[in-house]
Write a protein that binds this ligand. Structure first.
Ligand code: B12
Ligand code: SF4
Length: 307
């Protein structure tokens, strides 16, 4: 099927976040044989005009809308992103007969409320790789909606339903489709200056070492976005991923306060073993700094070769 993925994230403070969720969805769709086109609204000053132009110049069976943030979580200047998503859904309906699917961490935090607000055909709550492919299979060939991972939909009586997310996706099975990243993300000056930022900073490449968490901190949303329990990426799969993304050689560690677990330490050690520059990471610093020297393929190839 022909799929358009739209990233709606416009936040440039403290810096723009690469649309890694969309990159994983794109990879899963392409892997399943679908055609994928993307529109990243970060680069568009007139969002609806950009959506309309995309919809009228291409033909799409499905439009997937990635909602990373529901709001900006900023007390002094709160912004809710629901209205823009709703308008995009309406725009898709006006110009095409494509099926509209919402997904993303923002959507997953409040699937019912956001579904009611934006009124898509479907939503996928939680990680989306399995669900989006199963949904397209269903749209093409029929079957049971009840078995689609994380699917949100209205049943025949108009009642909202949300399927369990299967959490069966193997993080090592797929690299994110980095072709969806606009090169402008990596230019200085792409972030917006604010009280929070001292200077302009380019985006940071995000690499996932695991999904989910085995802990249950009451305030945390990870169960909704990634699921319960730790699912680690194999160390060498991570190293390969790190190599593929090495042009922007930053790693975030302990994202959003997530624990540096023993297994994650093993992963960092694998990277550190390859590059002396990273030794200090094991001394407990929270973040890897930009490598002083470019990463070369040779040691990585050797390490991956020992798997
Ligand atoms: C890492 C992270 C950050 C890092 C980002 C670093 C970077 N280089 O990207 C930092 C610390 C900078 C950050 C900042 C912010 N973050 Co943040 N962040 C996260 C975190 C921990 C992981 C996000 C991530 O990368 N996940 C990995 C990808 C692969 O997963 P994903 O995006 O969820 O995508 C999957 C699914 O959602 C789905 N999916 C995604 N898109 C689509 C599209 C379709 C069509 C479908 C079907 C499915 C689908 O499938 C994907 C693959 O499985 C989440 C919490 C969490 N664990 O989810 C919060 C989270 C996303 N952040 C949040 C927020 C609010 C922010 C800030 C606004 C906070 C602030 N005031 O500064 C900023 C905004 C930054 C920006 N420019 O957008 C909220 C969003 C919810 C909300 N309330 O709006 C979250 C959920 C945390 C929370 N407290 O609730 N963040
Ligand atoms: S990710 Fe962090 S905050 Fe969330 S449950 Fe796990 S340990 Fe707690």
């Amino acid at each position: 099927m022909r799929v358009l993925l739209i990233s709606t994230n416009k936040i440039r403070v403290p810096r723009p976040a690469l649309p890694i969720g969309m990159a994983y969805i794109s990879a899963a769709l392409k892997h399943a044989g679908h055609q994928v086109d993307v529109l990243d609204l970060l680069w568009e000053s007139r969002e609806l005009k950009a959506v309309r132009e995309k919809l009228t110049t291409g033909t799409y069976d499905v439009v997937g809308i990635a909602v990373r943030n529901l709001d900006n979580l900023t007390f002094i200047d709160p912004v809710f992103f629901g209205p823009m998503t709703e308008k995009i859904v309406q725009c898709v309906r006006k110009y095409t007969s494509a099926t509209v699917v919402l997904g993303g961490s923002g959507f997953s935090v409040e699937p019912l409320s956001f579904f009611e607000y934006a009124q898509p055909d479907y939503g996928i709550a939680g990680e989306g790789e399995a669900g989006i492919v199963q949904l397209l299979d269903y749209l093409e060939s029929g079957g049971r909606r009840e078995s689609i991972s994380g699917l949100c939909y209205l049943d025949d009586d108009g009642k909202f339903c949300q399927n369990q997310s299967s959490q069966a996706f193997d993080l090592g099975a797929l690299e994110p489709d980095r072709s969806v990243y606009d090169p402008r993300y990596f230019e200085e000056g792409v972030s917006a200056a604010s009280d929070l930022t001292r200077d302009h900073q380019p985006a940071i490449e995000t690499l996932q070492t695991k999904r989910g968490c085995k802990l249950f901190c009451s305030y945390c949303i990870i169960r909704k976005t990634e699921g319960k329990g730790d699912r680690f990426k194999d160390t060498l799969d991570f190293v390969r991923d790190a190599y593929l993304s090495h042009k922007n050689w930053y790693l975030w560690w302990g994202l959003g306060g997530q624990n540096l677990t023993d297994r994650s330490r093993e992963t960092v050690q694998a990277v550190a073993d390859m590059h002396q520059e990273y030794e200090y990471v094991m001394q407990g610093k929270p973040r890897l700094e930009r490598a002083p020297k470019p990463v070369t393929a040779q040691p990585l190839k050797l390490t991956i070769g020992t798997k």
